[in-house]
Design a protein. Structure first.
Lengths: 204, 204, 204, 204
DNA sequence: GATGAATGAGGTTTCATTCAT
DNA sequence: AATGAATGAAACCTCATTCAT
């Protein structure tokens, strides 16, 4: 009696395994065998759910992207204040724990692969755009509350988001200079720059 | 009488070819045959100068990195004023022309490969550190001249450099949102933020 | 329900093929393709069972050695009398039929390869030692029965075994001088030398 | 001004180098580069004197064979008595010093290569035959002097020579059982067996 | 005579993919 | 649904050989 859910379950099992392997060894070095081993399945089974290696890795890229976004959205819901939300959001992107670092590594692989693959460009366009939109919206709200410096919210979102990306890459690459602590300081500095003086706001 | 050695010439010829291929297809898809074809040599000749494919690509990564750094240094020499230098420097990193875009793509590949390769980590540590140091020094000079906002120059350099990295990745990935024009706007905004008030400078 | 594993069967199929090729062309000229063709498999399949060419050939060397030893042991069991056993044993080593000649050629390759390979030295030590031990034991028994001349049985075994090796090499190399017939004569001469005087046996 | 002797000199230099490499690594693993390095020449120079690798190795095989034979002949000249000559001869074949061991290894390679190469068969036929003839002649003389047991001298030579070959192979392969000391004991035993009782000879 | 840069054919090895079970 | 044995295309790499200097 085949359970209808088994397919979805197996797919997730395989995608999770694929992300683990990509994070550990990179797409270049990933072998279908590795993914099968991580998922405790055979290569045959992996191919039963994903026609080609390319399909598998693309699905894994998407899964990783979407999953991270969901996790961030749930973090935002816990903070009503715009400035707090921004801080919490930035905080959640520091590659402190293994899970976050792994997700970052998979993103980095996605971007580099997207340099040569139109399908992945679209994926990035969609998910990265959504991310940027969320940040811009928070900034907009913060500006309305007088907590954040005025200026084009999308431009400010771009400043913030790309800086985080750049910092994270250096942190992940293991630069001794760019520790998690220093990454946080740099982020905090930028967030301060973007804060409006609450006193002045009150006076004005 | 030893013939003038062609070694240096051939090595550069091959490294240039390797960077072209990495930029076009990525490390993952690079075949030694491709490099040989680009360099108008046989695969045997490529292996005559580089023992393994890995050696070849690592040397290409280093060549690309160092070469870009040299090019930037020469740009700096043309601008005496610190704020101009900073602008010129940032400007030179916009992936406008093919050459700059190609160099960026190779960096991106270097970073992602460095996630799994200690040797490349060291390479990044060295060259990226030098780059960051140069920016920090310009900022320090700018501060001394009263043209740049006070604050830890290294921290400010990190803000600037990582933001450029993050923006460039999105621009290179071909995000419709992140065009060269928008990248420039975002950079200009940050540079403005980092400028000291000219009024104060006049007073001082 | 696990399918009956074909592994043992395939491995033997491949080892037999490898020995055929080694015997025909020598290790130096052996290509994995040849072995695959002889085994009616693809090169991929050969590598499915043996990681490297070296592993394959070493396994073949061992298989050849052990197999010959087993065959000899079964021959011995048919002869109760020590002197008969010795004769039968020696007889079974004349490279008359193709199978025996092939086995000899593979041994010769093993020895020469062992000159440069510690793993094969160990293999030779083990199997050759066992062989020498068996002969020494027969000699010991023959001495107890008064059929074989006295003296250190191991030393006598060494005389016999190494002479057979040396003769076989010349016979296999195709020396016109060292035919199978002459090889047999030389062996018989030595065996006679090693026989105890029948007169004494008559007296006793 | 080309010296006429330079060619002969270079050829010997290269052949000696080839034998060194064969002895160290075996024919299978020999690369022309290795020979060139040992001879302190370039690969181009090696090919200037030997058209192909095969030519080079065959010439080296022949050089090694002939050279050893010459060395043995000069040893014989020092011993007038047949039994002494036999002992001296056998003694000179124990692979004690590096030079003798190296020559043995090259012979072993020659034989194994000869299994698949008619030209080398002829070489072996010629040189090995000469060697066997020399031993047979000594035995004949010894028999005439009443120092050696009667019987077909060629057959006795075969017994002796093949036993030495077989022992040497095991000694060279590095068998812990077959040390130089034990090899000598076995040889001495056989030579004793082949000795005629001097007393009886005197009486007869 | 001598060199060593350059070649390219040929071999081993890897691994995504297939398919009978 | 799942397996894993088998495949073969494709890639890296080696190295004898050539040839301009």
């Amino acid at each position: 009696m085949p359970r209808p859910s088994v397919e979805a379950e197996r797919r997730e099992q395989i995608l999770r395994a694929a992300c683990e392997v990509i994070s550990e060894k990179g797409y270049k070095a990933l072998r279908v065998t590795d993914v099968a081993r991580h998922a405790k399945l055979s290569t045959g089974s992996v191919h039963y759910y994903f026609e080609t290696k390319r399909d598998l890795v693309h699905a894994a890229f998407e899964w990783n992207f979407s999953r991270s976004l969901e996790r961030r959205k749930s973090i935002l819901d816990r903070h009503p204040n715009a400035r707090d939300r921004l801080h919490a959001f930035v905080d959640s992107y520091l590659p402190r724990d293994d899970e976050t670092a792994a997700a970052w590594r998979v993103w980095a692989e996605t971007w580099v692969e997207a340099l040569h693959d139109p399908d992945l460009r679209k994926l990035n366009e969609r998910i990265y755009g959504e991310w940027r939109g969320i940040i811009a919206e928070i900034i907009r709200l913060g500006q309305a509350e007088g907590l954040i410096t005025p200026g084009d919210p999308v431009l400010l979102a771009n400043v913030l988001v790309s800086m985080i990306d750049g910092l994270a890459i250096q942190a992940l690459v293991g630069s001794k200079h760019m520790t998690i602590g220093r990454m946080r300081s740099v982020c905090d500095h930028l967030l301060e720059t973007m804060s409006a003086e609450p006193v002045q706001a009150a006076i004005g």
